[in-house]
Ligand binder design. Structure first.
Ligand code: ADP
Ligand code: ADP
Length: 234
């Protein structure tokens, strides 16, 4: 059951004599329930890869499919709807809005989908209990610990049941204690809630929490490591 298929994707930046080939014919796929890390040195193409998957940027050639939908042929408006309905994002800064309660923050993506109150409340209970923030819903972000804020941001990313959760250097602004807490939360989302996660990191310790690591170099995948025992059995 493939969630993501990348087929021979190439991405160039610039034009004329200053062209950079940021992605060089990359192909791989991600199955439902996998927790995949993309690792590589600075400049290896990690952010570019995540940007074309998250529909923020366009490929130069090749194809990207998410749950069978061909991103590379969609128009901007379709892409915006696709992002809203099928993708979950976890940012480096938690991006919780200070003026909203934790519950209101977590509900934001559902409000964009114009879900009924009953459906929204049920989903809020589901994700906030799963991630251990159900007692914090009426508090404001500044009243929570760093770990709790992370879990709230994760709850917000998965409240729409996205096909794919994308995270670009999610631990980039965190100390080692909070990095570990966030990776434990990712593992819980992956193992208990079945979230399919694709994460970019340059930190080997962070990457070691994933069950599969793809190594990028000069816009190509040069190695892949699998830890089969963490893979979910459907
Ligand atoms: P990473 O995330 O692994 O650090 P990037 O995807 O940011 O790598 O960059 C890959 C290559 O593409 C690098 O050579 C970088 O300089 C280049 N690049 C990235 N974004 C741009 C851009 N907007 N314009 C020109 N070159 C870019
Ligand atoms: P976590 O393991 O989720 O990071 P902590 O052990 O850091 O949680 O925090 C324990 C308790 O202390 C939490 O219930 C939280 O509400 C409270 N707390 C932590 N940091 C703050 C803060 N900056 N402001 C208010 N309360 C805080």
């Amino acid at each position: 059951n493939e969630i993501l298929e990348i087929k021979n994707v190439t991405k160039y930046y610039g034009k004329g004599s200053v062209v950079t080939k940021a992605l060089d014919g990359i192909s791989f796929s991600v199955e439902k329930g996998e927790f995949t890390a993309i690792m590589g040195a600075s400049g290896s193409g990690k952010s570019t890869l995540l940007n074309v998957i998250s529909t923020i940027d366009r490929v130069s050639s090749g194809e990207i499919f998410i749950e069978g939908a061909r991103l590379t042929e969609m128009e901007e408006k379709q892409l915006a709807n696709f992002r809203r309905d099928q993708l979950g994002f976890i940012f480096q800064e938690y991006n919780l809005l200070d003026t909203l309660t934790i519950g209101e923050n977590i509900l934001l993506p559902l409000n964009l989908q114009r879900k009924s109150h009953e459906d929204a409340d049920r989903e809020l209970v589901r994700v906030s209990e799963a991630l251990g923030v159900s007692d914090q819903l009426s508090k404001f972000p500044y009243e929570l610990s760093g770990g709790q804020r992370q879990r709230a941001a994760c709850a917000r990313a998965i409240i729409t049941n996205p096909a794919l959760v994308l995270a670009d250097e999610p631990t980039g602004a965190l100390d080692s204690k909070n990095s570990k807490l966030l990776m434990e939360t990712f593992q819980m989302m992956n193992q208990s809630l079945g979230s399919t996660i694709l994460m970019v990191t340059h930190d080997p310790v962070v990457g070691s929490y994933a069950n599969r690591v793809l190594f990028l170099k000069d816009g190509k995948i040069w190695n892949e490591v699998n830890r089969g025992q963490r893979k979910r059995q459907e």
